[in-house]
Design a protein around this ligand. Structure first.
Ligand SMILES: *Cc1c(COP(=O)(O)O)cnc(C)c1O
Length: 489
């Protein structure tokens, strides 16, 4: 057989890449919902390669086969787009990454790329680790990073234990993230990146992102934002100058709760005085092809599709969730057994004004219903019970519709007590820093009618009036009978 040569495949890949780029450029002109629904999967691709399937297929294959050794050489040398092996890339992952990159860059004149990961935690690790390598010129310098301490509990552990304790990489904590001078005071020549979560889970911390970006970039340091709680439907940090966004797409983005997934999204040409030019040019593309290839925190094709599928309706769901949460927050704020409600949407929240400058429902100005920009604040909120840790547990144990689970972002309302769950590992001192008292219940309002969520909260709070509540019927679960034996009754 006559050899086609590596160049044949390189040229063919170039022309198909050009076609694809044009397709994506056209898609970028569409509105948020259209991008979320169609993403980068085209009719052309469906008809040429996927038997006309209108929905992106799930490629459960471990690897891709090549026509000949030339194509294999071109592919494995990263000379042509390829997915060679599903630890590195795979068409189903690629569809998800394409939509995610477009949505995080929506409305801004920037180019973005995405690397999907197996979880939010692996997205965070993938995003920060490339900045925490030994500097060949100064191998003995102790490096540091500056990050808010109002963080998701898992991130608090990753930074505090895995980085600071185990690897001697200093985490310089910003306690009041709304004080720009505090950020400035923590930065020095060994600072590798700036990290923040906004709004934070669960305490609703929020900071002036544009100011923090300006400060970091004046030192040549990148800004990494965990934007899980906002989602691109409400906030797009890359459009505001941040360099990298991490998402636990497990949460609101995959509101069905059908799997764990994460994503790192970056703008082209990030700011960083540390790292190679290749890394800075396309950070997400770089980690996908190199560090993540070697470390293996990839997403599975099945989970990529579960996430992609839920994302199609992200904007309208976030709108509905936010409106319901506002109603629930207002109910709780006037309840006699509630000491305080933390929700950025409430005017009483000290960061309400600042959050209102940042959190806008995408395309509300193009929505027939609104016709103007409207603020939305997401579906995560917390409330403090008037009472001690036990009273808080009693209310929590009284929920009959709201699920008790360490989860959020669901289509079903979910609540937890962070002090005994998500934030138990960081201890009393760590919780104090993060502002998480033992009488705080975190609530994420789902897609139920808000009046039914309010009714459940109301009856649960009535335990503080002495009312007895039986959540599981004694006849049904007496003696811890298994669900199988219940069905057989
Ligand atoms: C859940 C969560 C994470 C971690 O994501 P996983 O998908 O559970 O690994 C990170 N950040 C925030 C804000 C979260 O809520």
């Amino acid at each position: 057989m006559e050899s086609k040569g590596v160049d044949f495949y390189v040229d063919a890949a170039k022309s198909s890449a050009q076609w694809h780029q044009k397709y994506i450029a056209n898609m970028k002109k569409c509105r948020f919902d259209t991008i979320a629904v169609h993403g980068i999967y085209s009719m052309q691709e469906a008809l040429d390669f996927n038997q006309g399937s209108i929905i992106e297929p799930i490629y459960m294959s471990s690897s891709q086969a090549y026509r000949d050794s030339d194509e294999m050489e071109a592919a494995l040398g990263y000379k042509i787009p390829t997915w060679c092996y599903s630890r590195i890339a795979n068409p189903s992952m690629y569809y998800f990454e394409g939509v995610m990159a477009l949505l995080e860059g929506y409305g801004a004149d920037i180019e973005t790329s995405c690397c999907a990961t197996s979880s939010g935690m692996s997205a965070i690790q993938s995003a920060v680790d490339p900045f925490l390598c030994v500097d060949e010129k100064h191998p003995n310098q102790k490096m540091n990073f500056v990050a808010t301490c109002q963080l998701y509990g898992g991130t608090f552990q990753q930074f505090g234990v895995r980085k600071d304790q185990e690897k001697n990489i200093e985490w310089r904590k910003v306690v009041n993230s709304n004080n720009i001078d505090e950020w400035a005071s923590k930065i020095d020549e060994n600072t590798r990146f700036i990290y923040g979560e906004m709004p934070s889970n669960p305490s609703q911390a929020f900071f002036d992102l544009k100011k923090v970006v300006e400060l970091a970039h004046s030192h040549g340091i990148p800004v990494i934002i965990d934007s899980t709680v906002a989602t691109p439907a409400l906030l797009r940090p890359l459009a505001l100058g941040a360099d990298i966004v991490v998402q636990s797409t497990t949460k609101t983005i995959t509101s069905s709760g059908l799997g764990i997934s994460g994503a790192v999204i970056s703008r082209k040409n990030i700011v960083s005085r540390y790292g190679s030019d290749e890394m800075k040019a396309d950070f997400a593309g770089y980690i996908k092809l190199l560090p993540n290839r070697d470390n293996g925190p990839n997403i599975s094709p099945m989970n990529a599709m579960m996430t992609l599928n839920d994302m199609r309706t992200l904007r309208s769901k976030v709108d509905m969730f936010s409106r319901s949460t506002m109603k629930v927050a207002k109910f709780l704020a006037q309840h006699k057994h509630v000491a305080q409600v933390d929700y950025l949407g409430l005017e009483s929240h000290p960061l309400h004004q600042l959050a209102s400058e940042y959190l806008w429902l995408a395309d509300s100005e193009h929505d027939d219903l609104y016709g103007k920009p409207v603020n939305r604040y997401g579906h995560l909120m917390s409330f403090h019970i008037k009472g001690d840790a036990q009273a808080t547990r009693n209310v929590f144990d009284g929920f009959q519709r709201i699920w008790r689970a360490t989860d959020l972002g669901r289509i079903k309302s979910v609540a937890t007590i962070p002090a005994i769950s998500t934030h138990s590992q960081q201890g009393e001192a760590g919780r104090k820093l993060a502002g998480i008292p033992s009488n705080l219940i975190r609530l994420c309002v789902g897609g139920e009618h808000p009046d039914d969520v309010i009714a459940d909260l109301d009856q649960a709070l009535s335990v503080l009036d002495g009312k007895k509540i039986f959540v599981t019927s004694p006849e049904y679960s007496a003696g811890g009978a298994s669900s199988a034996s219940l069905r057989n009754k």
